[in-house]
Design a protein around this ligand. Sequence first.
Ligand SMILES: Nc1ncnc2c1ncn2[C@@H]1O[C@H](COP(=O)(O)OP(=O)(O)OP(=O)(O)O)[C@@H](O)[C@H]1O
Length: 723
Amino acid sequence: MATPDRFDWTSAEADLHRVVDLNDARRQRQPDGWTADIDDERDDLGDDPIPVDPPDDTPAAAATWAAAAATRQPIVPAWLRSKAEAATLARWVVGHYTHVGAYHLIRLPLYAGRLALRAPRGAVRTVGGTARWVSDAEGLPVRLAAVRREDAQEYLRLSRQRDGRVRLRTLVLLATLTFGTAAVFILLVATPRWAWYATLAALVGALGLIGSSPDKPLLDVAAVKPRVRKLTADVLMRAFLAAGLCKPDNPLTFPMPIMRDGPGWRAVIDLPYGTKADTAIKKRTDLAAGLDLDEVQVWPERVRGSAGSARRLALWVADEDPYAKPSGLWPLIAKGTVDVFEPFPFGEDQRGRPVRLLLMFTSLLIGAIPRMGKTFAARLPALACALDPLVELHIYDGKGGQDWRAFEPIAHRIGFGVRDEVVLGLVEDLRALVADMNRRYDTIATLPADICPESKVTRAIAQRRSLKLLPVLVSIDEFQRYSGHAVYGDEIVALLTELCKVGPSVGIMISLATQKPDGKAVPTDLRDNIGTRFALKTMTWQSSEAVLGAGSYTAGQDSSRFQRAHKGVGILLGADDSGSVEEAVTVRTNRTPLADIDTVIRRARALREAAGTITGHAAGEHAAGADGPAGSLLDDILTVVPATEPKAWSETVAARLAELRPDVYGGWKPEQVAAALKPYGIPVGRQVWGTDPATGEKANRKGIHRDDIAAAVTARNERRRAA
Ligand SMILES: Nc1ncnc2c1ncn2[C@@H]1O[C@H](COP(=O)(O)OP(=O)(O)OP(=O)(O)O)[C@@H](O)[C@H]1O
């Protein structure tokens, strides 16, 4: 900004004069009301006007020209240059015409029968039509009118004309009949039998067609065409007027022509000055109603950058419901690997363009009602991580069916269902990760700036095995079953919150999927630390907000509007860097049927074997998987409750365990000891007479008998030996 002592008054004065001229010229162009502002400004500053418009030769003007050049539209439309879209179109054309061809081919006998049945009526129509033509029947009403008017002269003129016509037409008919008869004679004498039948069939066909009526077409309908709405400026104006986004005296303007774009129309619209494109996006349903379409066909989005403006909107209108057909298969099923530091294929947007997702340095929350594609969506990041041999996989499935079993050969930790030992396994795993997270930060802190410039893990750093900074994915499906666990639920949520908050920079990625996306299953503190959200169909807009975050509904993002048929379709928020709700995209995930998952896992296992990253459960370390932490817990209890002490209060055991292994048992309560021992059938509600070490008070409290633990250890050891 110019300061008074550096201000060049001479050139400023020259500029001022030009500005006054410009403003005068503009005032003449503008409606009356506009002049008042300029005059008010003058009043405030005496007679001196304020320079507002920069002179034309400033660098800003050059920048404007450059920006105009930058917004030139491509000569060949984008969809025509895209291999994928061209392939989609080609597939559609081949598929459509193959279907139509086969449909009609199989109905040929039916069509032949219809023609034969209609042929007699066609013959009658032909004879009648010919007779009317020869007798000049079309002139009869005119002749009768002349009779009614008693206009003898006109009648005689018309009669003469009719006689001439009838004579000529009779001759034509006779000639045709003569030639026809000769042709039939030649046909019968000189041509083979198949030619007779072919001619007869053609004749019957022609008569059948003549005998058809428009309300009963000969061909059945092979494919019902959707109602395709051509987008024109008038149609748009009507819709935007109805939605209250413009006024008749303040209409829309179109900076470029409305054109075809893939399977739909694309219009770029400048809303009236002061009307925000975001407002139009929020009124998507109103726009759809104004266009007389289902809202799933109407896709408004902001045009950003130097080609855009806060009032510039790109509206894509699909010819038909873009999600009515199944989505494509995941492109990495048969071949390809993943670098988890780069985005991987996740799905397609409404126009069939690929959508990629970057999970590194963020966390993912997926929410939906059951059977809408939550597990399919949650498996994609896990499969992508599987194809990067550096990533350590920690997989938990609260349901425990077939959905995640395929990951066993590559998972470092894995657990199915919510049996106590699995839940404990998860808790122990998360505790260990939290502890490891701190070690990871310590390691990162020791790295020089040229190796670790941004204080976060990179692929090059992760590849240095000695640093032990391999990326980790914790993927939990049916998360509500773990977060709602009576004893460990709160701790699981707290540990995951910590990991989501601090873990991303050191390579810890969290992916949670839930069919109960409310504040109870995914508490706000945890959700707010998850950067990427994917909301498939929900029942209510409140559930949609529970996944996407507060304010998403008012911003026009509501996953409850998806239909039941829209499986795998969801609103993805935070796939780009902005994470703003206005940037959310609607995505249909790529499909990965169970059989294909096996293929990917086989490839992932081979990659990991080659890289030497088969660890934990995949490497056969079943101690934690089979017995869970409770297996070592039994040994630990025998350590902290010596043989000289046959009974101990549960609270004493919990305190001593925490002292023994703070990273594993820190913060344990007596109920956690009880829950961990339950699977072994160890009685935990026994009354134990003891002395409170703090107060010296003697009392009867819940506790354990050492013999019970020792018996469980013996049984476990026998089981292990038998295995
Ligand atoms: N992208 C997709 N395209 C087409 N169909 C899909 C897609 N994703 C999922 N589906 C279909 O939806 C069905 C349900 O998917 P999925 O098992 O992932 O749902 P879910 O929400 O996890 O269900 P549940 O809560 O019962 O576990 C699947 O059988 C699959 O056929």
